[in-house]
Design a protein around this ligand. Structure first.
Ligand code: 5RP
Length: 252
């Protein structure tokens, strides 16, 4: 009965969101300073990463950055990167990425992340796993005391086949943490949200901490029907946080 109606979020034009968007842009521009000509760059997905992609395109146009190859983490970012004329490739051709820049939904004090509320966690994880450096860009609202601490979703990409079975198994796995599993629904159509890889997303909501993240992640991946989860454990090399007090770079 639970497994319904976890909706994707969209940006709004209210002033608070706009101020937040400025902070996202500040973090994104700071991260782009780490890019050097000749690099293979992982291009993230979401409203924060979007600013980084635009900035990279701008610096290429200005001739400040040359010989850049971008590896997009979603179809949406692929389209955006093409529109700003970033030369693109993929992991098959470029299995080693010099630097990836991407947003996150949650960042804990050890720089573990939740990603995928924007729906692209699988490609993001593949590309960020392949990256020598992974720089995360967030505004300060993304900082949490523990993973799941925002009360918002921890997404899991699953195959559509018998997704209710998989959702039920996920809930059972985190029963102690009061887990509720919801199928992500596209607000525009009312249909299940379909990822770039033709899968569904189950959003997990926790009432309490899930404890050992590595053990939790491994248990999720052992469930047949699961493709990947949105916890990025020990993957970030740096997190750039923009807040009212300025920009902070947290290094691993
Ligand atoms: C997409 C992601 C995004 O990076 C994450 O959702 C953060 O998005 P935003 O920058 O829009 O807040 O993981 O799958």
């Amino acid at each position: 009965p639970h497994f319904i109606a976890s909706e994707t979020t969209s940006s709004s034009s209210n002033p608070i969101k706009m101020a937040q968007d400025e902070l996202k842009k500040i973090a994104a521009y700071k991260a782009v300073e780490f890019i050097k000509s000749g690099m293979v760059v992982g291009l993230g997905t979401g409203s924060t990463a979007k600013h980084a992609v635009d900035r990279i395109g701008e610096l290429i146009q200005q001739g400040v950055l040359t010989d850049i190859v971008g590896i997009p983490t979603s179809k949406k970012t692929h389209e955006q990167a093409l529109s700003v004329h970033i030369p693109l490739s993929d992991l098959d051709t470029h299995p080693v990425v010099d630097l990836a820049i991407d947003g996150a939904d949650e960042v804990d004090p050890d720089l573990n992340l939740v990603k995928g509320r924007g729906g692209s966690l699988l490609r993001e994880k593949m590309i960020e796993f392949a990256s020598k450096k992974f720089v995360v860009i967030v505004d300060e609202t993304k900082l949490v005391d523990y993973i799941g601490g925002s009360g918002l979703a921890m997404p899991v990409e699953v195959v559509p086949f018998c997704w209710k079975f998989t959702a039920h198994k996920l809930e059972l796995l985190f029963k102690e943490s009061g887990c509720v599993a919801k199928l992500r629904i596209c607000p525009e159509t009312g249909d299940p949200f379909v990822t770039d890889n033709s899968n569904y997303t189950i959003d997990l909501f926790f009432k309490k901490s899930i404890g050992d993240l590595k053990a939790a992640g491994d248990a999720i991946l052992r469930l047949p029907g699961v493709v990947e989860h949105g916890m990025f454990i020990d993957m970030a090399t740096a997190v750039i946080v923009a807040g009212d007090g300025g920009v902070t770079v947290k290094n691993k």
